[in-house]
Design a protein around this ligand. Sequence first.
Ligand code: STR
Length: 417
Amino acid sequence: MNCPHAEAAPAGRNTGVITIDPMVQDLDGETARLRDAGVLARIDLLGVPAWTVTRHAEARQLLVDPRLVKDIDAWGLWRSGVVTRAWPLIGMIDAGRSMFTVDGAEHRRLRTKTSQALTPRRLEAIRPEIEKFTAELLDALDAAQGEDGVVDLKAVFAQPLPMKVVGMLMGVDESQHAMLTRQYKAFFSMLTPQDERLALLAELDDFYIDLVREKTARPTDDLTSALIQAEEGGEPLTEEEVVGNLKAMVAAGHETTIGLVLNAVRALLAHPDQLRLVLDGEIGWDAVIEETLRWDTPTTHLLMRFATEDMAVGDEVIRKGEGVVISYRAIGRDFEQHGPDADAFDITRPTRNRHMTFGHGPHICPGAALSRVEAGIALPALFARFPGLRLAVPDEEITRLPVMTQNDMAAFPVLLG
Ligand code: STR
């Protein structure tokens, strides 16, 4: 899309604009440039300017600052018509009314049922099912090995597991999982032409509306039915709100956990000494999970919040109406938070739990506990079944998908050993 604003980066102390590469060819380099640009960096997202927060301490403050809101109508470039539905990232922001896009008291109303359904205690009840899915997928891995013994851990294991879990939670039939995986892959890929992306979002909306109507007529034991029946102090959720929450759960619930599981496997295979510590029981899987969340975040950039008034942050001023991204990958590599070796993967690091990868404040990820349970089952089961697991190609040959906001590998070919 041609955006006139691309040339109009306003002069300020920090004049350098970092262009976020839609092809994600050098994610580590880009992450370091963002972190080193200061507390706030100016970025260019396919011709659209925004600020991004790249440091832990300031992100923590901004994420509880009520002057930053999610409502797209607070965005100057949207109101003026400079940004339209033709911008490839619009689906990350203009995603319908849900707990992801609303703030304040209304946000609590939209979110309570979901967060209550996902507490560690409630999740204990579905642990056996997650273990069963994991065991089935480990068998599937065994069966999927090619003549050369190579199998794609992403396609056969890391991708279907979270989809099965979120599908079970939300009441989405198995027969739809392959369709959803395909649609979200196209949604997130910057190679998908924008008219196709808008068409698939419309198809997904139709799918979710049908599902909500079906669950309204015949409620079952799942979170979608619970959202439909929620009272929320005399103000039940509207159909649009249930649909919005459902699609946010499905999109977030499967996409991010794929990254968590694969990034952990990749990091361990690249650091065999640390893998040994875990397999010998010297250090727990929770340490692996937390350090992976910090070091190789599933979400690279979270779009977007908007300033409802001028806000001074460090040496800069975010003007009313400007957009603010949270760059979680850069935040995980913050030297002040994690020390001078923040770029190193180290499961024994004392600050490994002090990351902010699930966000902070009212919008903190409601699925955080669920993703930890999933990874906490999947990772030990995978290495117990295949202790000789190794990459089938050199690590440098693992490529990332052209996805700007998520940290997504194209494939993860392994030998089961
Ligand atoms: C994808 C498109 C859609 O229909 C609904 C949503 C809302 C939730 C979003 C999701 C989006 C994209 C991925 C997000 C998720 C919330 C958490 C997840 C941003 C826009 C993360 O990557 C953290």
